[in-house]
Design a protein around this ligand. Structure first.
Ligand SMILES: NC(=O)c1ccc[n+]([C@@H]2O[C@H](COP(=O)([O-])OP(=O)(O)OC[C@H]3O[C@@H](n4cnc5c(N)ncnc54)[C@H](OP(=O)(O)O)[C@@H]3O)[C@@H](O)[C@H]2O)c1
Length: 332
């Protein structure tokens, strides 16, 4: 059994990731740590986790932990991932892996010096539907990919949230703009050369709450809109020279119901003949936890290479520069 330790009682960890790890065939959660010892023990009891610690360092000192899952606020991703690596733990760290590309590069040194696996928890990269989309693209089912269109809107219930704190790496671009950025790079299998973005900011906190962008790839364009004060919606559309692909709930499909990809290669605009490819229910977070564990145990490559996460941060950096300058900005 591969034993994870969880840094914090993060809402996402408690509601989604811990149950997903516990559901893995060969993965389990051995311990949970919180800044508040009472919160750690209450959460551990409620989730059937054997050990609870009143500090993150105490969990890192536990010799029985194989890997740390880091779902801390964004500004703590790199510092605590470095600390965990220094303690000899493999690290599965939440997205975005850092505040910017320069900070993310520090993790290469942490990985090399401590000979551990460090990987961003970009679960969409292991989701079976997205792997199938990539196969369809490779087989030119929709001809040459020319445009990627992504949408991710949601509504935060309260402003009392790490996403409203600029010092913690808040804002919607880093939170959910992350997904169309990483998956457009995945689908084009390339890096954008330049980007443009517009951001609407919270008047009090200054974090972006609605961001829209264009990414210019050699082969085509990606565009996306993401907002954290909108009606909840998730869509992805890939438009090629010989067809298109559409996905509902592309980023967070429910893990307990079937999902599908819609493919249309009929040139008749008014009467499209679509093919619906069905997928069995699958929890993409469990898939990620299992694949990460296997890589850590075998010394194989992580499901999302650190080098790729750094390139992704460079695109997010360029998008923020563009939102500030009002101009197109080169990547890198
Ligand atoms: N992959 C996905 O689908 C997905 C979904 C949601 C979120 N996420 C990622 O998960 C991370 C956490 O998101 P979340 O919504 O779970 O946030 P959250 O509920 O606010 O959890 C963050 C946790 O960090 C700990 N913490 C340590 N220092 C803190 C500080 N100065 N201020 C606030 N909390 C602090 C707290 O736990 P203790 O008090 O117990 O120490 C807190 O519960 C983010 O990086 C986010 O991008 C990923």
């Amino acid at each position: 059994m591969f034993r994870y330790g969880i840094l914090s009682t993060s809402h996402f960890a408690v509601t989604r990731m811990i149950p997903a790890i516990q559901a893995g065939r060969d993965t389990t959660v051995l311990a949970i740590a919180s800044r508040d010892g009472r919160r750690a023990s209450d959460t551990a009891r409620a989730l059937g986790v054997a050990r609870a610690y009143d500090s993150y360092q105490a969990l890192l000192d536990d010799p029985d932990i194989d890997a740390v899952y880091n779902p801390l606020p964004n500004h703590l991703h790199v510092p605590w991932s470095e600390q965990a690596a220094a303690a000899g733990k493999h690290v599965l760290c939440e997205k975005p892996i850092a505040l910017d590309a320069a900070q993310a590069r520090r993790l290469i040194a942490a990985r090399e010096q401590n000979r551990v696996l460090i990987c961003e928890a970009a679960m969409v990269r292991v989701q079976p539907r997205w792997l199938a989309v990539r196969d369809l693209l490779r087989h030119k089912t929709i001809g040459e990919l020319r445009a990627f269109v992504g949408t991710f809107g949601y509504r935060l219930g309260s402003h009392d949230n790490v996403r409203y704190d600029p010092a913690m790496g808040g804002g919607v671009l880093l939170d959910t703009g992350f997904y169309p950025v990483t998956m457009s790079r995945f689908c084009f299998n390339d890096e954008p050369v330049a980007v443009m973005a517009r951001a609407d900011r919270d008047p009090d906190r200054g974090v972006d709450r609605l961001t829209s962008a264009i990414l210019e790839f050699a082969q085509g364009h990606a565009i996306f809109t993401t907002g954290m004060e909108t009606f909840p919606v998730q869509r992805a559309q890939l438009i090629g020279t010989g067809g298109y692909i559409e996905m509902l709930n592309p980023w967070n499909p429910p893990g307990n119901s079937p999902s599908e990809i819609v493919v249309n290669t009929s040139p008749n605009l008014e009467q499209p003949t679509t093919q619906n490819l069905g997928f069995d229910p699958v929890d993409q977070y469990t898939v990620l936890a299992e694949r990460f564990a296997r890589a850590a145990e075998t010394g194989g490559p992580g499901p999302i290479p650190l080098e790729d996460s750094i390139k992704n941060m460079a695109v997010l950096d360029a998008l923020r520069r563009s939102a500030a300058s009002g101009r197109a900005e080169p990547v890198g």
